[in-house]
Design a protein around this ligand. Structure first.
Ligand SMILES: [Cu+2]
Length: 502
């Protein structure tokens, strides 16, 4: 608790104390002793719940009668990667973010054991939205490190439900990753599908900026202001990208259980290139059909289903797109199989078109979107790079470039004629290292001549988005790619330019 309270101002701490007093759910309650089951419950078969880590989902429930289901969920506080080179102390249910997926059937009696690992520093509990009863189980499961709590509930309502920690300060426990999904299958089961996946979105508030290396801590002020550093699917940048992308084949029916842990943001869940054939909106059993984007509240969930008709990479996003392209809320589903060029032809023609400027503008943004999608498809998770060698620095710089600069200057650094100047063998850039640094930090507007061609546009300043080290990395990358050659840049050199006054 020490770390957390030291971050709080006295007045926030007072507010929390009041909130804690108001929410009986957060403190410990006295144990009442085991529940005496009536014969109807005693006669139920007993089974151990299968729990799975994201993006996996336990197998469909085949039985058509209730059971007594024993759930054993372990709380662990663990250091894990939040982004390449950046670590975070996550608080987890089962060692993952989101926590283990729990699957029961409507009518089941659930014996829930919450075990808090002895290495934990804090007490935790669990509020399952699938529970009918005060606090959703929170008061009954308040568990100190090295302790185990048990409570029983009957799963009365079918649907897909969020569970989360409700220990004060609640937004901090959720913001550290303490949430997951529990599916209460309808008694007749859900329609069978070929693939099921488990994805949850959460917002994260770290002491450092997006991508800042090293071990990050929770930033209470950012959380209160609802200014997340990261918005993530399954707890890390790139958790569903490259080798870790979801996979399916053409012609299969896919179901995604999608939840939002929050603590603060809601999601506009969308899969680029797919239409949801069915959405079990708000996680209930009513179905809406033919949906492009579905809204999932914080502390809410949904089930979406679609058939994969053509192969390719489909990108999962929060369609509040800065979260996807700048804060990490991006995943991929790779679909393998035969093309059907009538359903989707791919690019058929690329011809020169001399329209009005606004048309050229929209064509260029269309091309930009196409390129972004292509790059996203090719991005592979890179190994963590901590060394300070130029090569390692270039790799880090490439990540910055592929996250930020490529959209305009293109992955090959050649730019777009009359729109974006080239960085590949740019006489302008290579002639003056400080000036190039200034362009990246402060932006550039007005006419500029690069390799004999004049550009008159605007480059947005990047000084708010990038650290000195990140600017040094990306400059080292662009000064040593595509035939360019130059010395590495250091963070100090960048800092000097950042602080210069005119
Ligand atoms: Cu907790």
């Amino acid at each position: 608790m020490k770390k957390a309270t030291s971050l709080l101002s006295p007045c926030i701490a007072l507010g929390l104390a009041l909130a804690t007093a108001a929410l009986a759910s957060e403190g410990p309650t006295e144990a009442k002793g085991p529940v005496i089951y009536p014969p109807e419950v005693l006669s139920l078969p007993v089974e151990q719940a299968i729990l799975t880590s994201p993006p996996n989902v336990p197998p469909a429930i085949k039985r058509r009668h209730p059971a007594r289901v024993v759930v054993n969920l372990e709380v662990r506080e663990v250091n894990m990667q939040i982004a390449d080179g950046s670590e975070y102390t996550f608080w987890t249910y089962g060692g993952t973010v989101p926590g283990s997926f729990i699957r029961v059937r409507a009518g089941d009696v659930v014996e829930f054991h919450l075990n808090n690992h002895p290495s934990s520093k804090l007490p935790h509990n669990i509020d399952l939205h699938a529970v009918t009863g005060p606090g959703g189980g929170a008061a009954s499961t308040f568990t100190a490190p090295g302790h185990s709590s048990k409570f029983t509930f009957r799963a009365l309502n079918p649907g897909i439900y969020v569970y989360h920690c409700a220990t004060a300060p609640v937004p901090m426990h959720i913001g550290n990753g303490m949430y997951g999904l529990i599916l209460v299958e309808p008694s007749e089961g859900l329609p069978p599908v070929d693939r099921e996946f488990y994805v949850m979105q959460g917002d994260f508030y770290t002491s450092g900026r997006y991508g800042e290396p090293g071990l990050q801590t929770f930033d209470m002020a950012k959380s209160i202001d609802e200014h997340p550093t990261y918005v993530l699917f399954n707890g890390a940048v790139g958790s569903l990208v490259g080798d870790k992308a979801l996979a399916a084949n053409v012609g299969e029916n896919v179901r995604i259980y999608f939840g939002v842990g929050g603590p603060n943001l809601t999601s506009s869940f969308h899969v680029i290139g797919e239409i949801f054939d069915k959405v079990y909106y708000e996680g209930g059993l009513r179905v809406q059909e033919h949906v492009q984007t579905t809204h999932v509240p914080s502390g809410g969930a949904t089930m979406v289903e679609f058939k994969t008709d053509v192969p390719g990479t489909y990108v999962l996003v929060d369609h509040s797109l800065s979260r996807a392209f700048n804060k990490g809320a991006l995943g991929m589903l790779k679909v393998n199989g035969a093309e059907d060029r009538v359903i989707y032809s791919g690019k058929e023609i690329d011809a020169v078109y001399l329209g009005s400027q606004s048309e050229e503008g929209s064509a260029s943004s269309r091309r930009e979107a196409e390129i972004k999608a292509r790059i996203a498809a090719e991005l592979k998770s890179n190994p963590t790079l901590t060394g300070l060698t130029k090569e390692a620095q270039m790799e880090r710089g490439k990540q910055v470039y592929m996250g930020l600069c490529f959209a305009c200057h293109l992955p090959d650094g050649k730019g777009l004629p009359a729109v974006f100047p080239p960085l590949a063998q740019s006489d302008y850039m290579l002639a003056d290292r400080d000036r190039a640094t200034r362009v990246v930090l402060k932006g550039l507007t007005g006419p500029v001549t690069v390799n004999g061609a004049t550009y008159n546009s605007a480059m947005p300043p990047q000084e708010a988005a990038l650290t000195d080290q990140q600017v040094a990395d990306v400059l080292t990358y662009v000064f040593n790619s595509w035939g360019n050659q130059g010395d590495a840049f250091t963070a100090d050199q960048v800092k000097a330019v950042r602080n210069e006054r005119h």
